[in-house]
Every structure is written in structure tokens, then in C-alpha cells.
Ligand binder design. Structure first.
Ligand code: AMP
Ligand code: MG
Length: 337
């Protein structure tokens, strides 16, 4: 299949919407990462998404709507707290897991009777949803397991020949996927996947915000995942990723004693003056780290890195999302020095 690269002009967005209506799949920019968009109500289209990504069938897709008021068309009930959260955070990088109705086929929800609903703020994604008139299922547009794409070029690299089109809307603003939450009670939510809507921000609306154990810890054998994506190795480049927690001086001596050909470090911007070994930097605060992390993981592969020591980010605020992606990329290998 020929994969066409579309611009974000209105005529080309009409084309993208037509592909979606015709049951084809399209790479679409969003404010989080690029998504692989398909009509969420069309089983054949959704099947193509799972095939193109090589995604396990039990890993559900998030359904994107133009406005939260449409959520009632695809769910059986919406608690008050969900409306309060939507008032504050929609459109934006927040996904709420709600009980689905039968307009969302089981293939889309990975066999679950719930569906993740998100209202994206990116004008291109928003416009394509409106023009297509369909709910759009859109997982990250990477090959399953590989780092998520934050540019049209990343999507082309993973998906060329497998999908109808990619819309180029520049680099993704946030750089990590949406925050996924489940509603636990009248005023309580559980974070299933951390993102740029942080626990601290959710706390401004909910009295209780639970951070699921699996965000920072490996699931034990036989333990059930609240969010199926937590079961899988994720976000990993070809290089071996090793997270190292500790002060810069200790990090430098640790890398020094494990150094060799094709060994890289991923460090903070402020570290580079002092750092004597091969490195890339990934920003100076958590928001910059989120913006850069997936791009850097791809660049490390391009540079031929075999092993990468990463200075661990903090776990507060947006840092929790960066830490969560890195600990999965590292297969939970963390060294504390
Ligand atoms: P991605 O499509 O790559 O952004 O990944 C979406 C992730 O959201 C999945 O891996 C799940 O972990 C989570 N998710 C989506 N829908 C649900 C749901 N109905 N229940 C729990 N988690 C969900
Ligand atoms: Mg993904």
C-alpha cells in the first residue's frame, strides 16, 4: 500500500477524514504523540490498526471525540466527577475509562466492557474527528513495543506501506501519551497511566487520587492489570536501557566503570559541562523531558547505541510520566547508587 503524506491544509484534512470514513487508517498528530486513527465503530478498520502495530488484541484503544458531550453516545453511564474533570481538562491529554455501550465494538476495547474516552485539543486531530463524523480510535502510531512517535517522520518510519496516510502537523507538544484514569468513587480517581495531567492537577478537582501500583512497579506473575497496557514491555528502542538513580558524581563514576564502545548516557542539560563520556541530553525539567524522551530513544538507536545509562527523572508532577515510560523501556532495570 502507498502511504501518502498529507499536509494540515483543510483540503488534505478532508482527505484524511475521507480515509477514516472509508475504513482506512491514518497517522494523525495530537498534542500528546502521533496516533494511528481509525473509525472506532468499524470493526474492520480497528482490526487494521491492531495489525499495523502488531498490537496484542487485549490491549484496548482509546476513543477520541470532538467534545465530551458526545461521551454519552458511547457509554452507559457517566458519573458527575467525570463531568467535573471534563470541565477542567477537556479538551486535553486526559483519558477517562467509562462503561461502554454497544456502539463501541469489543475489538476496540480489547474485550473489556469499558472504554477510554479522550477529547484531544490538537486542532488537526480535532478537525479530522469533526470532518469524519466518527469516533476515532487512535493508539500511538508506533510499532507495538517501540517508542511512541512524536513526528510525522517517526510514523512514516514505522508505518510506511501499512497505512493509507500520515498527516504532518509538526512535533507533538507534550511528547508522552495521555493520562489514563479510572473513576473509583464519587470523588476519587485512580491513575492507570501517568501523563501531562498530573496527580497534583487532578487533586484540584478530586478529593482522592490513587496512583496505581503498576505505574512504578513490575506486575507480579498472575497479577491482573487494571490497565492492560501495563502488562507489556513498552517504549523500548533496540538499545539496552538502564536507569540509574543518584547524584551526578556517582552517576559519572558508575558510567565510567561500565564504559565501552556504543555505550551512551542520557543526561540532564545541566549535567553536560561536567560529563566526560558520550551522551545525549533530554532537557532541564520534567516537561522538557516528556517532550524529548521518545525522540531521544529513537535517536539513540540511530546513533548505534547498544547500551544507554539514563539519569532517572524525578517522580513528582510530569516527571512521573517520564519515569513510567523509562522504567518500562528499561524492562524495570533500575540501579540505585
Ligand atoms: P495507547 O493506545 O498506545 O495510547 O495505549 C492506550 C492505553 O490506555 C492501553 O495500553 C491501556 O493500558 C489504557 N486503556 C485504554 N482503554 C482502557 C480501558 N478501557 N481500561 C483500562 N485501560 C485502558
Ligand atoms: Mg502506545
Amino acid at each position: 500500500m502507498d502511504t501518502v503524506l498529507l499536509s494540515d491544509s483543510i483540503i488534505e484534512l478532508e482527505k484524511a477524514a475521507e480515509f477514516i470514513r472509508d475504513g482506512e487508517i491514518v497517522g494523525i498528530p495530537t498534542e500528546t504523540v502521533y496516533g494511528l486513527g481509525a473509525d472506532a465503530s468499524n470493526e474492520d478498520a480497528v482490526r487494521k490498526v491492531f495489525e499495523a502495530k502488531g498490537r496484542p488484541a487485549d490491549n484496548p484503544l482509546i476513543v477520541h471525540l470532538a467534545d465530551f458531550s458526545q461521551a454519552k453516545d458511547f457509554t452507559t453511564s457517566i458519573p458527575d466527577i467525570a463531568y467535573k474533570l471534563a470541565d477542567r481538562f477537556c479538551p486535553g491529554p486526559l483519558t477517562m475509562v467509562l462503561p461502554k455501550n454497544d456502539r463501541i465494538p469489543m475489538i476496540t476495547s480489547g474485550g473489556l466492557d469499558t472504554v477510554g474516552i479522550r477529547v484531544p485539543s490538537h486542532p488537526v486531530m480535532h478537525r479530522i474527528i469533526e470532518l469524519s463524523g466518527r469516533p476515532i480510535a487512535a493508539p500511538s502510531a508506533n510499532t507495538s513495543g517501540y517508542p511512541s512517535p512524536t513526528s510525522a517522520e517517526h510514523v512514516m518510519r514505522d508505518m510506511k506501506g501499512k497505512i493509507a496516510a500520515v498527516v504532518d502537523g509538526g512535533c507533538s507538544e507534550f511528547g508522552v501519551e495521555s493520562t489514563v484514569i479510572a473513576i473509583e468513587g464519587e470523588n476519587s480517581v485512580r491513575i492507570l497511566r501517568p501523563g501531562c495531567i498530573t496527580a497534583e492537577m487532578l487533586k484540584e478537582v478530586c478529593s482522592e487520587v490513587i496512583i496505581d501500583h503498576a505505574i512504578l512497579h513490575e506486575l507480579e506473575a498472575g497479577q491482573k492489570a487494571a490497565s492492560p497496557g501495563m502488562k507489556y514491555k513498552h517504549y523500548s528502542p533496540k538499545a539496552d536501557i538502564i536507569m540509574v538513580e543518584g547524584e551526578l558524581d556517582n552517576f559519572i563514576s558508575y558510567v565510567g566503570s561500565h564504559y565501552g564502545d556504543n555505550v551512551y548516557s542520557l543526561i540532564f542539560d545541566d549535567d553536560k559541562e561536567k560529563f566526560p563520556y558520550r551522551y545525549m541530553t533530554y532537557g532541564k525539567n520534567s516537561s522538557e523531558q516528556a517532550h524529548l524522551i521518545f525522540q531521544r530513544l529513537r535517536e539513540l538507536d540511530d546513533a548505534g547505541a547498544h547500551r544507554v545509562y539514563v539519569r532517572a527523572p524525578e517522580t513528582r508532577g510530569v516527571g512521573l510520566a517520564v519515569y513510567n515510560r523509562l522504567i518500562r523501556a528499561a524492562g524495570f532495570e533500575v540501579i540505585r547508587i
